[in-house]
Design a protein around this ligand. Structure first.
Ligand SMILES: [Zn+2]
Ligand SMILES: [Zn+2]
Length: 252
């Protein structure tokens, strides 16, 4: 598997960090984990194959995680002489189909009937969904919004876990235990801790419970800029820590 961090920031806009978006390449699957504002243009800017995305998985419905989905669909219809005809699978929590219906009512039928096969899957919790014969996605609820989920992606004996946005959940580490790459949100300094996001110390504690081969932190708010996050996290976990930036490519 390969992970590319397309957007590692939040809606607190910051130069060099797009809103939440992460591309996972696994076998024939090109999976976008969240699709925040700027995803489409950032993929193009980074030379990523935005045309070839096969699956989009939303973790929750905050705009910094979903805002560019209509832009991508519009691009797949209109950006090239021949519109896309490859199927797309949109995955997300319960409410994903209603979200698209409402967006379609406002923006036009093209969103729900885009001219290429569009399948919406509201992912059941704790039940693996096959994205391909050799790629599986599993969702788990996390404490952020009512619908928020974390995802586990498995391919070829490897496992990547993405927390999405989450507050502290004492059992999340056990769920992610032993994964090869833990992509965790790390939003605010410890002094600004809130129940719906993680701080560096809380990320470190999560990694200590999960023991991933590698911890990659994303979703940084501006107060974290300039801080030594590897040291802050390292005080709670001795393993490898990668502080993501946009356009980082990591094999998993
Ligand atoms: Zn959120
Ligand atoms: Zn967010």
């Amino acid at each position: 598997m390969r992970l590319t961090t397309v957007g590692t920031g939040t809606i607190s806009l910051w130069p060099g960090r797009g809103c939440a978006s992460h591309l996972v390449e696994a076998g024939d699957v090109r999976l976008l984990l969240d699709c925040g504002p700027g995803t489409a243009v950032n993929m193009a800017r980074l030379g990523l194959d935005w045309w070839g995305v096969t699956h989009v998985a939303l973790t929750h419905f905050h705009l910094d995680h979903i805002g560019d989905l209509p832009a991508l669909v519009f691009a797949w219809r209109h950006a090239r002489r021949e519109p896309r005809n490859a199927p797309l699978v949109l995955l997300g929590p319960v409410g994903t189909a209603a979200l698209l219906e409402r967006w379609g009512a406002a923006l036009g039928d093209w969103l729900t009937i885009p001219g290429f096969p569009l399948t919406i899957v509201e992912v059941p919790l704790e039940m693996p969904v096959a994205l391909a014969d050799d790629v599986h996605l599993t969702a788990r609820h996390v404490p952020h919004t009512d619908e928020s989920v974390a995802y586990s992606v498995e391919h070829d004996g490897r496992r990547l876990v993405y927390t999405g946005d989450t507050g502290v959940d004492e059992s999340l580490g056990a769920w992610a235990a032993g994964c090869d790459l833990l992509l965790a949100e790390c939003s605010l300094p410890d002094a600004m801790a809130i129940p719906t996001h993680l701080t560096p110390a809380q990320c470190g504690a999560l990694a200590a419970a999960a023991q991933p081969a590698r911890l990659v932190v994303t979703h940084m708010y501006p107060p974290l800029e300039g801080m030594d996050l590897r040291a802050e996290i390292g005080a709670h976990w001795a393993g490898e820590v990668v502080v993501a930036r946009d356009a980082l490519r990591l094999d998993c």
